[in-house]
Design a binder for this molecule. Structure first.
Ligand code: R5P
Length: 295
């Protein structure tokens, strides 16, 4: 089946790179916002009988970026698309994935149902907040992981800096990211692991209870999926220096960074292009190849 890629407003550069890496045509689309805030998204290329890929991170303004997808799917269906695949490199609303307090919604599931009901047949994402989110979809949902990308980058970087991998500790800033930390560390030769016991007393607030693992005199690499208010990362950095860490590096897949900034003591902040936001001083690794190989 003939294939075509479209970008909407949030992942334009990444879509171009995916199209280049996969050698799939990049189609033309148009997104217009009316003065009352309503959105119109339409395809301007021929999609009759084609498999259409939409590349769009559902990043803030999340309600708009999600709605753009729903409207664009309608446009594609009206224009005769055969099959519609969504690539949401950053899957927004993913952190509300369970009822933690009575009456809370499960937005990760709600968004999954909306995408499915509009007629998307397959979804691809990168480093979902939790693997279980895949279970909220009854259509195929592939979660691509960046641990090899980050692990290989840091293996090379530490070699260049003459930092022995045995002196590196890969740190998970909370229990939820423990597997991610282990996967990144497996690309390093002999690095150890530490986990931070984090508590969230209220939304957008986090506290470090304890650092589990020995970090004294070590080079720490903190690995997380999302950095939003920077609270989780910066509290981890603070706790690691308090426990005698020599220096701290940070790797975060989705640099949402809605407020604040990364602690200036961090030696290097490495992220990916799932979120197309310029962050001064950040090293950006592209997920374009990873996605192109999995279309
Ligand atoms: C939480 O479970 C996530 O993995 C991140 O640690 C969290 O979303 C980061 O948010 P913030 O930067 O606001 O602390």
């Amino acid at each position: 089946m003939e294939k075509i890629i479209f970008s909407l407003t949030s992942s334009k550069k990444l879509a171009e790179q995916i199209a280049k890496a996969s050698k799939i045509e990049l189609g033309k689309s148009e997104v217009v916002k009316f003065s009352d805030g309503e959105i119109m998204a339409r395809c301007l290329s021929d999609v009759q009988g084609k498999e259409c890929y939409i590349i769009q991170s559902t990043i803030a303004p999340s309600s708009d970026t999600i709605f753009e997808i729903l409207i664009f799917v309608d446009s594609l269906k009206n224009a005769g698309a055969k099959d519609i695949v969504l690539i949401a490199p950053y899957y927004g609303y993913s952190r509300q994935d369970r009822v933690a307090r009575p009456g809370e919604p499960i937005t990760a599931k709600l968004v999954a149902k909306m995408l499915e009901n509009v007629g998307i047949s397959r979804v691809i994402s990168v480093d979902l907040h939790t693997q279980q989110i895949q279970g909220f979809f009854s259509i195929p949902m592939k979660n691509l992981e960046t641990s090899v990308l980050f692990g290989r980058y840091f293996a090379k970087r530490f070699d260049e800096l003459k930092i022995a991998h045995e002196n590196v500790v890969v740190v998970s800033p909370d229990h939820g990211s423990a597997n991610r930390g282990r996967d990144v560390s497996s690309e390093l030769n002999g690095a150890s692991l530490a986990v931070i016991d984090k508590r969230r007393p209220a939304p957008n607030k986090s506290e470090v209870v304890n650092v589990v693992g020995d970090v004294k005199g070590k080079t720490c690499l903190v690995v997380d999926d999302i950095c939003d208010t920077c609270g989780t990362i910066n509290n981890a950095v603070e706790a690691l220096f308090e426990k005698g860490a020599k220096d701290v590096y940070v790797a975060v897949t989705h640099a949402v960074i809605s407020k604040n900034s990364i602690d200036s003591r961090v030696k290097e902040f490495v992220t990916t292009d799932t979120v197309e936001k310029e962050y001064k001083g950040a090293k950006v690794l592209s997920v374009a190849e990873l996605i192109a190989q999995n279309l």
